[in-house]
Design a protein around this ligand. Structure first.
Ligand code: ZN
Ligand code: ZN
Ligand code: ZN
Length: 224
């Protein structure tokens, strides 16, 4: 016998948006979203899966600090083990628990490798003055955003110019790099300019990396 539940349109177990279980059928303007994974709780859409694999903290089930892709009975984030086994999320390159970006590396490892190539001073190392910037970008909480930023066509030429000392690491030098700040909110740009007036440029670069990391974070809920 068919229950009313069986006839209901399938929804993402987390956000309750309707999902298409056959991705080949998704058409333009289709309100349904793609299923990324089937977990014990039900189908999970791409957005909810990505969020789940960006969640770290103390597991509400076992008290261990680690990746928390699961949801406990009260809706609190739990680790894969406490959620009944959601998959293997250990990066073979760095050993960290994270979503794999390639078959062999998490997004943080890929970002570190790509940025090291772009910032190569010509001798296989990152220019010492740019090391704090390199470390700050690599440590951003959502490294996939860093990879998107690094893939923008104007970014690698600017970073290479800095790495190869073609553009001096001075305020005047940075001022010649207009697109450097593109995508940053005006308020952040003003803060960076103010900071750059009172401190040497290399000291400001980690702040720029932090601003980049904040760029795509979900906005904090408005306080009534
Ligand atoms: Zn969802
Ligand atoms: Zn746990
Ligand atoms: Zn890794």
């Amino acid at each position: 016998m068919t229950s009313p539940h069986d006839l209901a349109e399938p929804v993402c177990a987390r956000c309750r948006r309707p999902v298409c279980t056959d991705t080949a059928k998704i058409r333009r303007n289709d309100p349904r979203v793609r299923v990324r994974m089937r977990w014990p709780e039900g189908p999970v859409c791409v957005r909810c899966y990505t969020r789940a694999l960006d969640t770290y903290g103390i597991c509400a089930g076992c008290g261990v600090e680690r990746l928390l892709p699961g949801l406990g009975s009260c809706g609190t984030p739990v680790c894969t083990d406490c959620a009944g086994g959601l998959g293997q999320f250990r990066c073979p390159t760095c050993g960290r628990e994270a979503a794999l970006y390639t078959r062999m590396a998490c997004a943080q490892c890929v970002l570190a490798a790509r940025l090291a190539v772009v910032l190569d001073a010509g001798d296989g190392t990152v220019r010492p003055e740019l090391v704090p910037f390199y470390k700050a970008v690599c440590a951003m909480p959502r490294p996939r955003r860093g990879l998107v930023w690094l893939a923008k066509p104007h970014v690698p030429p600017i970073l290479r110019a800095l790495a190869l000392d073609e553009v001096p690491l001075t305020h005047d030098g940075l001022d010649t790099l207009r697109p450097w700040r593109s995508g940053l909110p005006a308020r952040t740009t003003r803060q960076l300019r103010r900071a750059a007036r009172s401190r040497p440029v290399p000291a400001v670069l980690p702040a720029l990396a932090a601003a980049l990391a904040r760029l795509h974070r979900p906005a904090a809920p408005a306080v009534a």
